[in-house]
Design a protein around this ligand. Structure first.
Ligand SMILES: [Zn+2]
Length: 365
């Protein structure tokens, strides 16, 4: 695909960064806020697809942060987070720039699909290529136009279809910038991992742009509790970088998790749940009972470790091999410390409230 501004777009050296900010061929001057459209590709009928981009640049130079939503076309919580961030509490930038793409995968969104129209996963296609598949071209466009011009990034995701996630940040904790960002975001749980090959955060970190993701909630929903935590996280990051006024609000506790375990069912049947997202569970504690269709108990699933429920199915039935829970393993000492801190956590904490919200469509027995 011919690219009109390729020279300017690829020239994101630090020296030029301090001179200018050019996105979609538009120069954004100090003090300007702009709503732009990144034209990308075309539909079958030849109509251009354009990706909305919001750019806010302070008068003073400083860190540049991107916020990305809907790389997976069915994960909508990022849209809600961006709306609240801009509408309810529009940040007043003291320095630097904020670049927001609320919907990266527009064609996936319109088809209610995680994937791009060529059935590829955009979040396995970064940093992309100007000559590759449709998906790799889009990845390249986003990477060169936005990511490469930034110093930090936040990307929003939700659990896979028919699952939900207790809000957790995922970051490469070996990267000092990503570690700083992850801690600043202020989630209770940080899962330490580089991310899959081709994911935006892994490619961005490898390109020197520390980037984290928030994994929270379900697909096809904008969940108020997830939005609240996402907005607070963005503000915490911007405050910790000195880009907006105010002090970050840290969570009651923060755990860095290096081991997570999928708990699968051996039998097919109906599920009775005993644990909800964000709940601490002891090793061998019952997580779920599996019933046959007439309500007779068949077997139960137990926790393989002391840990906290990171995610779970929202489907009331399971096949053999189906994932029922995702447990973040904790050492006994960390478990006991967390138990104390969780007991002392205020009921008004968004992390306490979201446990109820995420469990509204399951019956806990
Ligand atoms: Zn995702």
């Amino acid at each position: 695909m011919p690219r009109k501004h390729s020279e300017r777009r690829t020239a994101a050296t630090p020296r030029q960064r301090s001179r200018g900010l050019v996105i979609a061929g538009e120069r954004i001057r100090p003090g300007e806020t702009r709503e732009l459209h990144l034209r990308f590709g075309a539909t079958y009928l030849g109509s251009p697809v354009s990706i909305p981009v919001y750019v806010m640049r302070a008068r003073k130079d400083g860190p540049r942060v991107f916020i990305m939503g809907v790389i997976h076309g069915d994960e909508l919580n990022g849209i809600g987070i961006v709306r609240e961030l801009l509408y309810d509490k529009p940040p007043k930038l003291l320095k630097g720039a904020l670049i927001i793409i609320p919907v990266a995968n527009i064609q996936g969104l319109e088809r209610h699909s995680r994937y791009m129209p060529d059935r590829r996963d955009l979040n396995r296609s970064f940093p992309g290529s100007p000559n590759g598949s449709l998906t790799r071209r889009l990845a390249h466009e986003i990477f060169t136009e936005v990511v490469a011009q930034c110093d930090y990034g936040i990307d929003f995701h939700s659990a896979a279809v028919r699952r939900t996630n207790y809000p957790n940040v995922r970051a490469s904790m070996r990267d000092p910038g990503a570690k700083r960002l992850a801690k600043a975001f202020g989630c209770e749980l940080i899962v330490s991992s580089r991310g899959p090959r081709g994911s935006l955060r892994r490619a961005a970190v490898e390109a020197g742009v520390p980037t984290i993701i928030l994994e929270a909630g379900e697909v096809w929903k904008i969940e108020p509790g997830v939005v609240e935590i996402g907005v607070r996280g963005c503000l915490n990051v911007l405050q910790s970088l000195g880009m907006i006024a105010g002090d970050p609000e840290p969570p009651s506790f923060q755990l860095s998790i290096s081991k997570t375990i999928w708990v699968r069912s051996e039998l097919g049947g109906l599920l009775g749940f005993h644990a909800r997202p964000g709940q601490l569970v002891h090793k061998n504690q019952g997580l779920a009972t599996i019933y046959n269709i007439f309500g007779r108990e068949q077997t139960s699933l137990i926790s393989p470790a002391d840990g906290i429920v990171l995610g779970m199915t929202t489907m009331p039935m399971v096949n053999p091999g189906g994932i029922v829970y995702h447990i973040a393993a904790l050492s006994q000492r960390t478990f006991e410390e967390t138990q104390r801190k969780m007991a002392a956590r205020s009921d008004s904490s968004p992390y306490a409230r979201i446990q109820d919200d995420l469990a509204t469509n399951i019956t806990l027995r």
